[in-house]
Design a protein around this ligand. Structure first.
Ligand code: ZN
Length: 297
């Protein structure tokens, strides 16, 4: 019977599905790690670009300072020249140039103010982002640690499943195992499937020819579904068991209604098994009979 039901193969398949599931769960940790690191990474990117911008602005500030120094030097020279001009024409020319330098200096001054304002803003933002980055980084490690622990848990589960499988496989029929492994090698989840009640393959639901159905149910040979290739197993007598269970449930449920008037049964034999009054009644009768025979002897 065990042979037709392919019990070992089905157990192995269950084990393999659990292994597959554990592997999948391990893979699912990768995006979680990314998720944990993402906020800090975004802040880090902003920090880097803000720092670059600040550096550029400071260079610009330095360039502006040098240019202003140069212009002030020029203004000083022009003012000196203005005091020693020899004629009106020369005075007009120097004055004009001096005016131009003064205007350029005013522009520089305006530009320097704007730049200082911008630098102040970027520095403020940098301080903010820097603090947020540190906060985010501090959160990353414990979260990562937690994920690592969880993943290690699944990994050790996978390891013990692997060991369980190894032991299990060692006790299996080699040929069954070889065919099973070959089917699963193609990356299929199902390698062994039961026949349905109406004689179809429960994997692809293709109808299995009667002759093969009989071999699956009664023969020793390993039969594969002609349509999808899985190994066919005779169904567990699930329906029969279900009927048994229903009967049991009915028997258990019965005393609840009958229990309302137990005194009606007569107070005589109080030994009655309350869970099953019918049987208890029968037992009581047998006891009486037994006593009777004993008495007779
Ligand atoms: Zn099939």
């Amino acid at each position: 019977m065990t042979e037709q039901r392919r019990t070992a193969l089905k157990a192995l398949q269950k084990l393999d599905l659990r292994i597959q599931d554990a592997r999948k769960r391990i893979g699912e940790f990768d995006p979680l790690f990314e998720e944990v690191e993402e906020p800090a990474l975004i802040l880090e990117t902003e920090l880097t670009s803000s720092r670059t911008r600040l550096k550029e602005m400071k260079l610009e500030q330095r360039r502006l300072e040098l240019s202003t120094d140069e212009k002030q030097e020029r203004q000083k020279r022009l003012e000196e020249r203005l005091s020693s001009v020899r004629n009106l024409r020369e005075e007009a020319a120097v004055s004009a140039e001096l005016e131009m330098v003064k205007r350029a200096l005013q522009n520089d001054e305006q530009e320097a103010y704007t730049l200082m304002d911008q630098i102040r803003k970027v520095e403020e933002r940098l301080a903010e982002v820097g603090a947020a980055f540190e906060e985010a980084t501090a959160l990353v490690e414990p979260k990562k640690e937690e994920l690592l622990n969880q993943r290690a848990g699944v990994q050790s589960e996978l390891e013990s499943l692997g060991k369980e499988r190894e032991t299990f496989v060692g006790s299996m029929a080699a040929e069954e195992l070889r065919i099973y492994e070959a089917i699963r090698a193609g990356g299929r989840r199902t390698a062994v499937a039961e026949l349905t009640e109406d004689g179809a393959c429960s994997n692809c639901f293709g109808v299995v020819p009667l002759q093969l159905q009989n071999e699956v149910r009664h023969g020793d040979a390993l039969i594969r579904c002609e349509a999808c290739g899985v190994i066919l197993a005779a169904p567990e007598p699930e329906s029969a068991r279900e009927v048994e269970r229903e009967v049991e449930r009915e028997v258990e449920a019965a005393p609840v209604t009958e229990a309302s008037g137990p005194s009606a049964d007569g107070e005589g034999d109080a030994v009655a098994d309350e869970e099953d009054e019918e049987h208890a009644g029968a037992a009581a009768v047998r006891d009486d009979e037994a006593e009777g025979t004993l008495d007779g002897e």
